[in-house]
Design a protein around this ligand. Structure first.
Ligand code: ADP
Length: 498
């Protein structure tokens, strides 16, 4: 299936090229035929107009030269003879005598082919009114429904109009000669010029289409490369217009795609590292619990009471570690999946700091660390999620205690600025080396200091704190000097009543 689609993709432009070429060729043929048709029609009308203008007086001459009446009656044989003579001299003529209503009274037709009995008088009268200067078509007595150029003149009998002479100027004979000549002529001229024009235009057209599609072909080639996995493939099109736009859009799209692929790869790498670290972190307490539980089971009868108590204590401690780790993981995954929505409310940051002080004082004392507070007086309430901020402070104080050796000091301070309050937790602990400063906020990063007990440390505390502060449009700042302690701070907005 895959192969099929790539095959289809490989030749899109040869298809496009030939489709454009075929359409172009078809258009050329249609234009050629239309051109010939229009030329033939226009030249025919033009010829008829000239013919009518030149011969408009013919009927008048006939009327002047011949008198159709003899003793008040029409002399048909004499007339027919006149008509025959006229048509012999000018074979393009067909002459008729009409009565006052347009009925055909007399004519000469060698093959008796006259079909109409009556001619419409409207065109005839119009001809007489305009003296034949306009292009007017009248009935063709031999072909009902057809019209032709003609000449007409009134016939008088004792000064009264009794009828008309009606001369069709392009007789049937004339027409058949013209037809055979003209069709041959036009077909010859037409076909030759069509073929020549088509050939010339086709060659030039194909050449131009080739040039136009060449740039598109370039774009498609690069797309093909990109599709096959060359993520660095970009189009370098100098031309302007649509192709350039296509190239620019493709390049931008490729940049975004590559960037996203790199991001996904980086995330995937982090995820794998995280899973490896977490499994390691989970494994340690689990194997401790398992080992001690098994020993308890095996030596149930021989164990002293104090040993049993010690074993059970160790199991409990490790269970707590496991619980802490699982909880932190759960918390972080919820934060990363944006499932935590902070419940913003005004609260007193001094009160929270005091609560933390009370909570941690005993733990600090146990480690012989002095925990102090230095809170600005009359602090206005801040606007944040109190339980999330409590979590941030907890993580920072936990770390401060963890990384400060006995006899050290930890200070919780608040500092008011215009619209914010800064919370600073400073310790006199091991500090953070310059080269590790950038990494402590990443998941699973833990100090490499060998003197620190990292058994219950998963390297998630700062990452969680940072994520929570992100939700408050804030961030964690670190000031630290190696060997002389660290200082973590963050700020929260003051609650403004409007
Ligand atoms: P954990 O404390 O569980 O190891 P954290 O994400 O809270 O994970 O901290 C990551 C690392 O940052 C620690 O392992 C330590 O190297 C460094 N760190 C954090 N707080 C302090 C501190 N107060 N003093 C010195 N190092 C610290």
């Amino acid at each position: 299936m895959k192969k099929d689609s790539s095959l289809k993709f490989e030749h899109p432009l040869s298809g496009l090229y030939w489709r454009i070429a075929a359409t172009f060729f078809l258009l050329l043929i249609i234009t050629g035929i239309a051109y010939i048709y229009i030329t033939v029609q226009t030249s025919r009308i033009h010829y008829e107009e000239v013919n009518q203008l030149l011969n408009r007086q013919i009927a008048t001459h006939i009327a002047e030269q011949s008198n159709p009446y003899e003793n008040g009656k029409i002399n048909k044989p004499a007339l027919e003879e006149t008509f025959q003579r006229l048509m012999a001299i000018n074979p393009s003529l067909e002459v008729y005598l009409l009565d006052i209503d347009g009925n055909i009274l007399s004519y000469y037709a060698p093959h008796k082919k006259v079909i109409l009995e009556k001619i419409r008088l409207d065109p005839l009268k119009k001809f007489l009114q305009t003296d034949g200067m306009e292009y007017i078509l009248g009935d063709d007595p031999r072909h009902p429904g057809e019209t032709k150029v003609f000449s007409a003149a009134p016939v008088y009998n004792e000064k009264i109009i009794t009828g008309y002479f009606y001369a069709v100027l392009t007789s049937e004979e004339y027409n058949s000669v013209l037809k055979s000549l003209s069709s041959n002529f036009f077909i010859r001229i037409g076909i030759r010029s069509i073929i020549l024009t088509l050939l010339a235009t086709l060659i030039i057209g194909l050449f131009i289409i080739g040039i136009i599609t060449k740039n598109y072909r370039k774009v498609f080639e690069v797309m093909q490369k990109f599709k096959q996995g060359d993520l660095d493939a970009r189009v370098n099109v100098q031309s302007k217009g649509d192709v350039k736009q296509l190239a620019v859009i493709f390049n931008e799209m490729a940049d975004i795609l590559t960037e996203n692929i790199n991001k996904v790869n980086a995330i995937e790498l982090l995820r794998r590292e995280l899973i490896a670290n977490i499994s390691h972190d989970l494994k340690t307490p689990v194997s401790v619990i398992q080992g001690y539980a098994e020993t308890l089971q095996m030596k149930e009868l021989t164990l002293t009471d104090s040993d049993r108590r010690r074993y059970i204590n160790t199991i409990l401690q490790n269970t707590q570690k496991l619980e802490k780790l699982v909880n932190e993981l759960f918390e972080l995954s919820k934060l990363e999946a944006n499932q935590v929505v902070p419940k913003m409310e005004p609260f007193s940051i001094s009160e929270l700091a005091n609560d933390m002080y009370n909570k941690y004082q005993l733990i600090a004392k146990e480690k012989n660390i002095l925990l102090e507070t230095e809170l600005s007086k009359d602090l206005p309430p801040v606007y944040a999620d109190v339980s999330l901020i409590e979590r941030v402070m907890q993580n920072l104080i936990d770390n401060a205690i963890k990384f400060t050796p006995e006899g050290g000091r930890i200070m919780i301070r608040t500092q008011r600025y215009d619209h914010i309050v800064e919370i600073i937790i400073t310790d006199t602990g091991i500090g953070i080396p310059e080269n590790e400063k950038g990494r402590i906020f990443t998941r699973n990063y833990r100090t490499t200091d060998n003197f620190i007990d990292l058994k219950d440390s998963a390297g998630l505390g700062l990452t969680i704190a940072e994520k929570i502060l992100e939700l408050h449009d804030s961030s964690l700042k670190l000031i630290s000097k190696e060997k002389s302690g660290s200082s973590f701070s963050f700020s929260l907005p003051i609650y403004e009543t409007k």
